[in-house]
Design a binder for this molecule. Structure first.
Ligand code: FAD
Ligand code: MLT
Ligand code: ZN
Length: 475
């Protein structure tokens, strides 16, 4: 039977309301939903659907399953691997935008949990938790627009993993609409539960390929009263790794963030954000942004941070350091870090990498990779930074200055091969936090074992046998 898009749209409109089914045939602009944050991936959508609750999600999924229409779940569309938009080929697809499921259903202060709908913006959850003296620690540059459902579907990392873990470590319960429209209720706020397979883990980091997350129960923590930010200059990545070990030893659980930033990354941010002050008097090849947080007195934490940093300086683990004097200065230092992604995007074509390695191997990896890239791709500009405390580097490579616009992307596979082969040789991962999506789908078989891929396919087949849930992503 031929597919009648008008009648499909009419059925969808009857299910969730006329205003919440956007389609280009009636003049709606879908580009904000069909093009990814980096303007790298774009694919056609029959419609963008904005359901209001789990029942509406179920109704749409059932309609799609019955009519062979694929579903691309979408949160804030800030993902960096092309997983949140339709592929340019593949089955007829709709984007299922979760933004209207944005309620905070419950904050249980005694249980230290929040139960939220998937479309709740991360920053809103952080703020609501703070209003009752609690911390939701997931924190990343896109927090003003990414949604908790997207964070869970990507198992987002961010800048507090060192102390609180990845998103996976923060999720206690989930509600999921399965590819056949069934509601799987795993929405529990338990820290211990050994009643069989931990099914929620399947959906965390699955990039929307196994089902639609509609709500989650997440962990909260005591909100720290004191927070201290420091910025250090170091001579090498090896010195930064020594500094990391020493600071963790000295500050223990109070040490919450350790971000490595290359001199080139700082220069790029200061170029595109000219109001950004220099963090230190001198220039260093590498910098480290550190944060400590604690429930106690600000002055006490400051003193502890200062003492630890001075001891590190005496031991030759850093070259220069500045401590933020107040909250505003701390935020300014964080902006230097958070604006790297934006500065690199403004700077033009770049090939992104998001690798992880055992921390001990990172200095040798960087030391080998920089000359290797310079030799293989003359003029290419590595912009290296990342969550060194988690062994996660964004080893991005910007186009050589004098290159025709567009032609640098043609080098993607060649650049990837150099970097990812080296990562694999050191038993690292080609995606520490952004995921596989469309971007690295063709690389996955090169770096994952056949048996691992086979088990992944069997899971996919069991839950989504027809393959309508975010097709063309991951597998
Ligand atoms: P989207 O981009 O909309 O979707 C991402 C994936 O999740 C897609 O596969 C989509 O299909 C799926 N999905 C979305 N919602 C659902 C749902 N409810 N159910 C099932 N599947 C769903 N990432 C990090 O890990 N660490 C960082 O530090 C970091 N920093 C960033 C900084 C900037 C400036 C930007 C632009 C991005 C950054 N990211 C980072 C990447 C991105 O923000 C995260 O991957 C984020 O978790 C995506 O959330 P989102 O709501 O935008 O999801
Ligand atoms: C970050 O740590 O800033 C990100 O994961 C985003 C990026 O790599 O651009
Ligand atoms: Zn990151």
């Amino acid at each position: 039977m031929s597919f009648d898009s008008q009648s499909w749209l009419a059925r969808a409109r009857a299910l969730i309301g006329d205003a919440h089914v956007l389609s280009s045939d009636r003049g709606d602009d879908l580009s904000a939903y069909t093009r990814d944050w980096r303007n790298k991936f774009e694919g056609p959508a029959l419609a963008v659907l904005r359901p209001a609750n789990t029942e509406e999600v179920q109704a749409i999924v059932r309609l799609a399953a019955a009519t062979g229409v694929a579903i691309v779940p979408q949160g804030g569309n800030t993902g960096l691997c092309g997983a949140s938009v339709p592929g340019s080929t593949g089955p007829r697809a709709v984007v299922l935008q979760l933004g209207r499921l944005n309620r905070i259903l419950d904050i249980d202060v005694e249980n230290n949990t929040a139960t939220v709908e998937a479309g709740c913006v991360l920053q809103t959850l952080q703020q609501q938790a703070a209003a009752v003296g609690r911390l939701f620690p997931l924190s990343l540059g896109a927090e003003g627009s990414c949604q908790i459902g997207g964070n869970i579907a990507t198992n987002a990392g961010g800048v507090q993993v060192l102390r609180y873990g990845n998103t996976r470590d923060l999720v206690l319960g989930l509600e999921v609409v399965l590819p056949d429209g069934e509601r799987l209720d795993l929405l529990r706020g338990l820290r211990k539960d050994n009643t069989g397979y931990d099914l929620k883990q399947l959906f965390i980091g699955a990039e929307g390929t196994l089902g639609i997350i509609t709500a989650a129960t997440v962990k909260l923590f005591a909100a720290p009263d004191a927070r201290v930010v420091a910025f250090a200059g170091v001579a090498s990545v090896a010195q930064a790794v020594q500094l990391l070990g020493a600071m963790r030893q000295r500050l223990g659980e109070r040490f919450t963030a350790f971000e490595l930033i290359s001199g080139e990354a700082i220069a790029l941010v200061r170029h595109y954000f000219p109001d950004t002050p220099a963090p230190l008097q001198g220039d260093w090849p590498w910098y480290v942004l550190m944060e400590a947080a604690d429930g106690g007195d600000d002055a006490v934490l400051r003193e502890a941070m200062q003492t630890a940093l001075m001891a590190c300086m005496e031991d030759g683990q850093l070259e220069d350091v500045a401590l933020a004097g107040n909250v505003a200065q701390g935020q300014a230092l964080w902006m230097l870090r958070e604006n790297i992604t934006h500065a690199q995007q403004m700077d033009g074509s770049n090939i992104k990498h998001d690798v992880s390695l055992p921390i001990s191997r990172i200095p040798a990896f960087v030391a080998a990779m920089l000359p290797q890239l310079a030799q293989a791709f003359p003029g290419a500009r590595p912009i290296v930074y990342g969550h060194l405390g988690d062994g996660n580097l964004h080893f991005n490579v910007s186009a050589p200055a004098a290159i025709e616009p567009g032609s640098w992307q043609l080098q993607t596979d060649a650049v990837n091969q150099v970097i990812h082969d080296a990562v694999a040789a050191l038993h690292g991962s080609i995606s520490a936090e952004h995921g596989i999506g469309q971007l690295k789908r063709h690389e996955l078989p090169l770096y994952k074992s056949a048996i691992e891929l086979d088990v992944m396919r069997r899971v996919k087949q069991a839950l989504d046998p027809v393959g309508l849930m975010n097709p063309g992503k991951v597998l």
